[in-house]
Design a protein around this ligand. Structure first.
Ligand SMILES: Cc1cc2nc3c(=O)[nH]c(=O)nc-3n(C[C@H](O)[C@H](O)[C@H](O)COP(=O)(O)O)c2cc1C
Ligand code: SF4
Length: 518
């Protein structure tokens, strides 16, 4: 029987040599006339083991990693084709603790299937949600998504069903589904992993959104820094169109829905939904004042659903297994699962999908394995560049929107960046202001000017110039930005700054005395 060897093809594994490993396997297979075939899958999300190769055996898949091209011949000599235990062998993939303890609903197929094989997609539960949806009234689909408790995974955690209902209830000749795949947050890669590892689930989610709201056209706004995701999504859309999943008659129904991939030139603010819409319309990526909401007047002034990749990719399982099934995972008002991205100075970085409610400390210490440097964890930043820094004292915070908000933090897109005890939190605070100054769209003063003043003030504190006065000034500036900014770029930059000041006051203490500037 032909042996299947799985070699990932996503950006993370390619960046550490997966392509060379695939080529080495291909030449060994030819040279030794082996009855084997290579499947290029997505990543399983265990980044420290990439490139992680798997071999299908009668007992399930066996994993090896991290594999270099120079390891391949010896691995085959050592019995890789039969899943033999040897150096680099990690055992059965399903038994790896990092994977075994996850609840993979949105990422159920990622790393398991060939991302561009529709047969594989269907064999692993794909298209069941859309098949159910085409037989339902739009309002019933919306009710199911609302009932699941799904909240937007892009940052704000807004209930997805309510957004869809607004678009459904708004009259319009044309309506749109826009997928926000800008994924600008530091330490995040869940959107990319889905688009590269299971693109059909996003296409299915968008088609369901279209049928639910009466939109016949969708756009994925994808950042130019994601060339592999762009290529995979473009091919997947083409395949879906040929298979009748997209087009004038979705799965043979009376509903029409088609979609296009659009590439953004790369600006953090273009992830903000209204700036994104401007960019998609070919205008400068500048934030629009709300109201009107995009749900009323969005793309080309038409009612528009704008959702994050993970929000949309979570819909098929809800439409397949039902609102109750999904809602039964999670805690409080945070229902379902959340793909947590563990990054930065961490031993076991990668993607970990779990029901809401895990304690932050469990994620960092037990799952992430602490820092890669082996030094103590000093802080973690959760939720991207606008997220707060949490010290170890707050590691009992459960992963839940409200629990994080209660401690002046946010979950955002669920990216966690870990820092060890060598991190200088004053420098991190300065960086937050500098990032805002660079990325500001310039529309409002607190953000455009405030961020630059923030950098200057942080520099004065670092130089020991009137530290007490400048700390007070920095706090004051943060409050002005928080309450006076038009969007969350200026409005949330104070979170990393104030959390750094509040939790790590020693880093903001004056350096050895320098005379005050004249
Ligand atoms: C500065 C800024 C950047 C943002 N970047 C992203 C992004 O990269 N991806 C994303 O999905 N949402 C991003 N958002 C949030 C979006 O504005 C919007 O809330 C989201 O796309 C809505 O989708 P959801 O309800 O599915 O989360 C950003 C917001 C701000 C203020
Ligand atoms: S807060 Fe900053 S990014 Fe947002 S609208 Fe104002 S200037 Fe633009």
């Amino acid at each position: 029987m032909t042996v299947k060897i799985f070699i990932p093809r996503d950006s993370a594994s390619l960046s550490v040599g997966a392509e060379k490993v695939a080529r080495a396997f291909a030449s060994e297979i030819t040279a030794r006339s082996l009855d084997a075939t290579i499947v290029r899958n997505g990543s399983r999300g265990l980044f420290w083991l990439e490139p992680m190769i798997e071999v299908e055996t009668a007992e399930g898949r066996v994993a090896y990693g991290p594999v270099k091209a120079s390891d391949v011949a010896a691995l085959i000599d050592g019995g890789l084709m039969t899943g033999a235990a040897q150096a680099l062998c990690l055992g059965k993939t399903d038994d790896l603790p990092f994977l075994k303890n996850q609840t993979r609903l949105t990422f159920a197929r990622c790393g398991i299937t060939d991302p561009l094989s529709l047969d594989d997609y269907k064999a692993h539960g794909g298209l069941k949600g859309l098949t159910n949806a085409v037989a339902m009234a739009p309002a019933d689909i919306v009710a199911q998504v609302t009932g699941s408790g799904l909240r937007g995974r892009g940052g704000a955690g807004f209930p997805t069903g309510i957004k869809w209902k607004t678009v459904l209830d708004t009259a319009g000749d044309r309506k749109y589904i826009v997928c926000n795949a800008d994924e600008g947050d530091s330490g995040t890669f869940a959107d990319r992993m889905i688009m590269e590892g299971d693109p059909f689930v996003l296409i299915e989610g968008m088609a369901i959104a279209g049928i639910a709201t009466g939109a016949r056209k969708g756009f994925v706004y994808l950042r130019s820094e994601y060339p592999h995701a762009i290529a995979t999504m473009t091919q997947a859309v083409e395949i879906a169109r040929r298979a009748g999943i997209l087009g004038a008659s979705v799965l043979g129904s009376t509903h029409g829905f088609d979609m296009e991939i659009r590439t953004g030139a790369g600006a953090y603010v273009c992830g903000e939904e209204t700036a994104l819409l401007n960019s998609l319309e070919g205008k400068r990526g500048i934030v629009r004042a709300k109201p009107p909401l995009p749900a009323h007047k969005g793309l080309f002034n038409c009612p528009t659903v704008i959702n994050n990749v993970i929000s949309l990719a979570s819909v098929p399982v809800i439409m397949d297994k039902g609102a109750e099934f999904y809602k039964n995972f999670g805690m409080g008002r945070s229902r379902g699962t959340i793909p947590i991205q563990i990054a930065g100075n961490v031993k076991h970085g990668g993607l970990y999908e779990a029901a809401f409610g895990l304690a932050l400390g469990e994620i960092i210490d037990a799952i992430g394995g602490g820092t890669a440097t082996g030094r103590p964890v000093k802080a973690v930043q959760v939720g991207g560049p606008l997220g707060a820094y949490f010290p170890r004292e707050l590691f009992d915070t459960p992963f839940d929107y409200e629990a994080f908000a209660a401690r002046d933090g946010l979950i955002g897109h669920a990216g966690i960046v870990v820092f060890d005890d060598t991190a200088d939190m004053l420098k991190q605070a300065r960086f937050a202001m500098e990032f805002c100054a660079v990325e500001s769209c310039g529309k409002c003063t607190p953000c455009r000017i405030g961020s630059t003043r923030g950098v200057e003030t942080a520099d004065k504190i670092a130089m020991g110039i009137e530290p007490e006065k400048n700390r007070a000034l920095l706090t004051d500036l943060c409050n002005t930005m928080k309450f006076g900014s038009l969007c969350a770029l200026g409005g949330f930059t104070p979170y990393p700054v104030l959390s750094a000041m509040n939790h790590f006051p020693d880093d903001f203490a004056p350096a050895p005395m320098v005379e005050a500037a004249e």
